[in-house]
Write a protein that binds this ligand. Structure first.
Ligand code: SAM
Length: 269
């Protein structure tokens, strides 16, 4: 187990890096099983920690490329991964890497991201994975429960917001399981959830993506205000025309508008 090596190297967990390592074998096995990694898959893992998840995946994957910011984990991981040929680790800040360059040398058919994320940078990591256009087929990630609940929130709930729409635009999102805080060492103050995000094959038809995402963000600026107030700078007449098709008007709030309806509004502007 990794615990012994952590002890041997006198490892101190660093809160600033979001270090809560998974210790529950069942959860680890479930992640591997649910992610359906196979020998055609290159897996990117963000935040290797002591390698518990990496080791659980190694026999299933073709290759794993892990990122770990904490250099003090290097001797520990070198010991834990000794004689394992399909794990490479880059000791650097994932957010500063050129991922396309990093994965260029590998041959694979499918690219997955499977990770127990450092929670303090959950959104920047996902945004980077989207922006770099890496052709990722599937993302299976552990995130803080409250954040994960926003990913696949339904309309008219508190969790539904611009992040929900942003992610659902690119992915089909499914919650795989809840994970108790007791499954980690050290025990965090929050519970977690494992989310599966599969890239959409049939993309939504948006005329102007930049405008669409801006419209969505602006609509949610003040969650308690209605569209008329949040979208003052837009052509409200056009927006109202679209809303009326759905028996709604400018008094509606953003939280009651589906992604398809936002697209319809955006395409009318
Ligand atoms: N995968 C391990 C596990 O499941 O036990 C560790 C998960 S822990 C929640 C998150 C890991 O991400 C930590 O090891 C932390 O040092 C690392 N990390 C934090 N910020 C990072 C960054 N910007 N780039 C790469 N790794 C990072």
């Amino acid at each position: 187990m990794q615990k012994e090596t952590l002890k041997k190297y006198d490892f101190n967990f660093k809160k600033k890096f979001g270090q809560n390592f998974l210790k529950d074998k069942n959860i680890l096995n479930n992640i591997v099983l649910e992610s359906k990694i196979d020998k055609d898959t290159l897996v990117i893992e963000i935040g290797v920690g002591a390698g518990a998840l990496t080791l659980a995946m190694k026999d299933k994957a073709k290759q794993i490329l892990g990122y770990e910011i904490d250099q003090t984990l290097k001797p520990i991981l070198e010991e834990n991964f000794i004689n394992i040929k399909n794990i490479d680790i880059i000791y650097d800040d994932f957010l500063n890497r050129n991922i396309k360059e990093d994965i260029k040398k590998y041959k694979y058919k499918k690219l997955y991201v499977v990770a127990n994320l450092p929670y303090y940078i959950t959104t920047p990591i996902i945004k980077k994975l989207i922006d770099e256009e890496l052709n990722i087929e599937k993302i299976v990630i552990m995130v803080q429960k409250e954040v994960g609940n926003r990913f696949n929130a339904t309309i008219n709930t508190k969790a539904y917001g611009s992040l929900t729409i942003y992610l659902n635009y690119y992915f089909e999102i499914k919650k795989l399981m809840d994970v108790s805080r007791n499954c980690f060492i050290p025990k965090p103050n929050v519970d977690s959830v494992i989310i599966e995000m599969t890239r959409r094959k049939d993309k939504f038809k948006v005329n102007n993506e930049k405008l669409f995402f801006k419209l969505v963000r602006d609509s949610f600026t003040y969650k308690r205000k209605n569209l008329k107030n949040n979208l003052k700078k837009y052509d409200l007449e056009k927006i109202n025309n679209v809303l009326s098709k759905y028996n709604m008007d400018l008094n509606s709030r953003a939280e009651s508008i589906t992604i398809e309806q936002f697209i319809d509004i955006s395409n009318s502007l």
